[in-house]
Ligand binder design. Structure first.
Ligand code: SF4
Length: 64
């Protein structure tokens, strides 16, 4: 399946099911960004809450 990269959302998280794979972009129209901290101060405090673990590796999906 070919995913359409959204060039407005750059992302390098290839383990996410929403990653374009062939380029470092997300395929979603929008993403939700949040934090797991009370008072975020650095980028490591911030999360993409639209992340979904990709169960596929090397083009082959694992059994769910
Ligand atoms: S949902 Fe978030 S983590 Fe996943 S590809 Fe899109 S921007 Fe990256």
């Amino acid at each position: 399946m070919e995913n359409k990269a959204n060039h407005c959302i750059h992302c390098t998280v290839k383990s996410c099911a929403n990653h374009a794979k062939t380029s470092n972009y997300c395929v979603l129209d929008t993403v939700s960004i949040g934090t797991h901290e009370c008072h975020p101060t650095v980028s490591q405090c911030v999360d993409c809450e639209s992340f979904v673990l990709d169960t596929c590796t090397d083009g082959k999906c694992s059994v769910k």
